[in-house]
Write a protein that binds this ligand. Structure first.
Ligand code: AMP
Length: 230
């Protein structure tokens, strides 16, 4: 109840089908709170179980990433009664989506920056998959760039692990990349070569990548067949 009372004074920044996202201050720190609310169309016992599991999985994946040196928000507090996760707000960040879009607009002179970023994303995802973390919703909106005003260096932070889980299966990792490929190419037109750079860097960064890329190719083929039939 204390968490819900806290949220009554926080600002809603996103209302999704499964969760509400708030911005607030917790113990003096800028904080994002993700609240999973009950779904009336589900049986209450099943709903409680599913919601609990998703909250546990989200926290577990974030902690696994952070332990491996992959930037993700600090988890400040979790309330398993109201299904709220209190996370570090990545202050002053912009999404990779906005970064790519604004660089594409400004012409080819920034191509090198984009390629470096794509390679960096590939390396981080390889590291995440080597930890057996499947993100479940990889998009360029779920990657934030936090740049230091002092030296201009940027940190790439992964967010929104709401659909994540732990799996060592190459197929799960291949599907994770496929989801990103679909989102990437539809959000950023004419970036096939850029996405290939990302995949090349993923391949070079992970010893387990051949099996994952093989699965990615299979999923792509299945996707193509399905769209031909449809
Ligand atoms: P989510 O449902 O986790 O994707 O969050 C919705 C939106 O809130 C994201 O698209 C971001 O713009 C923002 N957001 C989520 N988590 C953070 C965070 N830790 N720091 C800053 N912004 C965030």
């Amino acid at each position: 109840m204390a968490a819900l009372e806290f949220l009554s004074k926080a600002m809603v920044i996103k209302q999704g089908a499964e969760a509400r996202v708030y911005r607030s201050t917790f113990l003096g720190k800028p904080t994002i709170v993700k609240e999973r609310f009950p779904k009336r169309y589900r049986h209450p016992v099943l709903d409680e179980k599913l919601t609990h599991r998703r909250t546990v999985q989200e926290v577990r994946s974030i902690l696994r990433c952070r332990k491996a040196g992959i930037s993700a928000p600090v988890v400040y507090f979790v309330d398993y009664t109201s299904h709220c996760i209190f996370l570090e707000e990545i202050v002053g960040s912009s999404t990779v989506r906005d970064y790519i879009a604004s660089n594409q607009q400004s012409g080819s002179c920034r191509q090198q920056d984009l390629e470096q970023l794509a390679e960096r994303v590939g390396r981080i995802l390889a590291k995440m998959h080597d930890e057996d973390v499947i993100h479940g919703d990889l998009t360029t909106s779920n990657m934030l760039l936090r740049c230091s005003p002092e030296n201009g260096e940027c940190d790439l932070v992964l967010i929104d692990f709401g659909l994540s889980y732990i799996s060592a299966f190459p197929e799960d990792k291949g599907v994770d990349l496929y989801v990103l490929e679909k989102a990437f190419l539809s959000t950023h037109p004419n970036t096939e070569a850029l996405f290939e750079k990302l995949l090349k860097s993923y391949t070079a960064s992970s010893k387990k990548s051949p099996a994952v890329i093989k699965k990615l190719d299979e999923v792509r083929l299945r996707g193509r067949k399905r769209s031909m039939v449809g």
